[in-house]
Design a binder for this molecule. Structure first.
Ligand code: HSE
Length: 326
């Protein structure tokens, strides 16, 4: 009989950079993954949903490896785990699916053993794995975060997203590996481009904190990564240049792409026009893509401790069905 509990976590997707804030700004979005974890006689995975197909179901699985990092840090041994996961976050599209998995596994493993590690410790561990704090910070804390990472420790401030904002993402069917999108970036940039981004990132952070939607378009401009990534996402240049003319307050590549994210005023009258513009521009470039309206997730990861029941699959799936219907 295990002395540890069974944990269930719900963890949001995220968008990173918000345009100029490369590796700095992140925001949690209303798309989710759910994970349950408990000690077992032997390691077993129950991975549900299209996004889980093809992921490893042995101890090389990221969830398992991340959980073991928590146990090692806490000085406990839980070598065999039962792990269930369902995710509605598309993989490799710039919506932070790997960051959600990392945060979900850290939070689930920590809760299972009585939460010996602080949120700040989990943030440092997640950033060390992901190498940048923007997606993991958003999934952990929710809302908008601005964060810095010194190689060992991450500091952040969380900003409550303005209530007037919603987000339209256009998600291309093709996948783009973050590593490939990072390889496209130059090793050095000019002082002019650095100043351009520092000023826009500062303005965007302040505008979001102050609810100044009128400044979002000016502030969401980038010269550090989007120009170099544009050739990897056909249609991106036109979308960045013209979406504001169709009702977007601002538009940016979501993380490393290929998804693009528009910030939109909830009261905007041209929402349908904007959706059509995004999908038609992708189509003109030979790319199938779908649009999804999202809200900010303000809670970040949420954690529950449950009765141990030997991980009955029905109860996990029933919970997911209930969540997806609500
Ligand atoms: N800040 C990261 C990037 C997010 O743009 O490469 C993707 O993981």
């Amino acid at each position: 009989m295990s002395i540890y509990g069974r944990s269930r976590v719900k963890v949001p997707a995220s968008t990173a950079n918000l345009g100029p804030g490369f590796d700095t700004l992140g925001m949690a979005l209303s798309l989710y993954a759910w994970i349950e974890m408990e000690e077992a006689a032997e390691t077993v995975f129950h991975l549900y949903g299209d996004e889980m197909a093809g992921l490893p179901r042995d101890k090389s699985n990221l969830l398992y490896k991340v959980a073991q990092m928590v146990f090692a840090e806490a000085g406990v041994q839980v070598p065999e785990l039962s792990i269930a996961m369902y995710s509605e976050i598309p993989l490799t599209r710039g919506l932070g699916s790997s960051a959600s998995a990392i945060i979900g596994a850290l939070a689930a493993a920590n809760a299972m053993i009585g939460s010996p590690l602080s949120q700040a410790k989990l943030f440092d561990m997640a950033t060390a794995i992901e190498k940048h704090p923007d997606n993991v910070g958003a999934s952990l804390f929710g809302g908008i975060i601005t964060a810095v990472w010194d190689g060992e420790h991450a500091d952040y401030i969380r900003i409550e997203p303005p209530q007037e904002l919603e987000f339209l993402v256009v998600i291309p069917e093709f996948e783009l590996e973050t590593v490939k999108a990072r390889e496209a970036l130059p090793a050095e940039v000019t002082l002019g481009d650095a100043v351009h981004n520092i000023s826009r990132t500062s303005l965007l952070t302040a505008a979001l904190a102050a609810g100044r939607l009128d400044l979002i378009g000016t502030a969401m401009q980038d010269r550090l990564h989007q120009p170099y990534r544009a050739p990897l996402v056909p249609g991106m240049e036109k979308l960045l240049a013209e979406a504001p003319g169709h009702g977007a307050l601002g538009i940016a590549l979501s993380g490393a792409g290929p998804t693009l994210l528009c910030m939109v005023d909830r009261k905007e009258a041209r929402k349908q026009e904007l959706e059509l513009f995004l999908t038609e521009t992708m189509q003109e470039n030979g790319i199938s893509a779908r649009t999804v309206w999202l809200s900010p997730c303000t809670t970040g990861v949420t954690v529950e401790l449950l009765e141990r029941n030997g991980m009955q699959n029905e109860s996990f799936l029933d919970m997911i069905k209930g969540e997806l219907q609500s």
